[in-house]
Design a protein around this ligand. Structure first.
Ligand SMILES: CC(C)(COP(=O)(O)OP(=O)(O)OC[C@H]1O[C@@H](n2cnc3c(N)ncnc32)[C@H](O)[C@@H]1OP(=O)(O)O)[C@@H](O)C(=O)NCCC(=O)NCCS
Length: 236
């Protein structure tokens, strides 16, 4: 006797490049094992006129619709601060996040992924590591033994963590950034593309280079935040 496998309904918040990659990962998961009934994407941009197939899933409406859909959600937005805002909105609407792991990613038996995480193609999580809520580990990035990542962290493609590193909430690591073993990055700090982070980083600071040096301190960022592309945005 076979047991019918029920697909989980899913929506993706966002419809930009990162969301397209996430949608692609959902299709890749389904190709290996039918798991998700992907209803479509929610986005606040000027999407209604754009054809759905461009994203790989139908456009359903603005993100505020998340509470009206009986579906789990993932946030396909690269910026951790925006992801946090979307998550808060969805939580207030009593929605439950999903976790998406691309089938080519390698996830150790004892890795712990909190709800909302996305692990992209060819990313690696070894053992005894923890990813906080809605943390995204992008293509080819790696997380090693005993690493602890808080909520809303973002590892850009190719970023690598040595063992026992700590990333507090909202940390962003740029493309090909390396963090040496045991180093701690404070909340909402950013390590730029190609940085080698050899020492602890203060909360809210931006560091660049090899070895990484402070480009900007939190005090210089009051009322603003840097998104993952380094653009300065004014906080609401
Ligand atoms: C570090 C970062 C956040 C800084 O952004 P920013 O504050 O807008 O910085 P600016 O572009 O104004 O540059 C300021 C200075 O830092 C230098 N700089 C910027 N990023 C750098 C980096 N990654 N490594 C070394 N130097 C860098 C610039 O050359 C400039 O130097 P100058 O003043 O001597 O000309 C950004 O450059 C970065 O690396 N973001 C990560 C991007 C990424 O990987 N995205 C993932 C996409 S999938």
């Amino acid at each position: 006797m076979t047991t019918a496998h029920r697909l989980e309904r899913l929506v993706v918040l966002g419809a930009g490049g990162h969301a397209r990659e996430l949608v692609d990962a959902v299709h890749a998961v389904n190709a290996v094992r039918p798991t998700w009934d992907l209803l479509g994407v929610l986005d606040d941009g000027d999407r209604p006129t754009e054809p759905g197939p461009e994203v790989g899933a139908p456009y359903l409406g603005p993100t505020s619709m998340v509470g009206m859909l009986d579906a789990r959600y993932v946030v396909g937005i690269g910026d951790g601060a925006v992801r946090e805002r979307m998550d808060e909105m969805a939580r207030r609407a009593s929605r439950t996040p999903a976790t998406v792991v691309h089938p080519t990613a390698s996830v150790g038996r004892r890795a712990v992924l909190h709800p909302g995480c996305y692990v992209a193609a060819h990313a690696t999580l070894t053992t005894d590591c923890v990813l906080g809520r809605h943390t995204h580990v992008n293509v080819g990035a790696s997380v090693s033994h005993d690493d602890v990542l808080g909520a809303y962290c973002t590892l850009a493609p190719g970023a690598r963590l040595g063992g026992r590193a700590v990333l507090e909430d909202g940390v962003t690591l740029g493309l090909n950034c390396a963090v040496l073993p045991g180093v701690r990055l404070g909340a909402w700090s950013v390590a730029g593309a190609g940085a080698t982070v050899t020492r602890d980083v203060q909360p809210g600071s931006v560091v660049v280079g090899t070895p990484a040096a402070v480009l900007r301190r939190a005090a210089e960022r009051v009322g603003t935040h840097r998104n993952v592309f380094g653009r300065l945005e004014v906080d609401e």
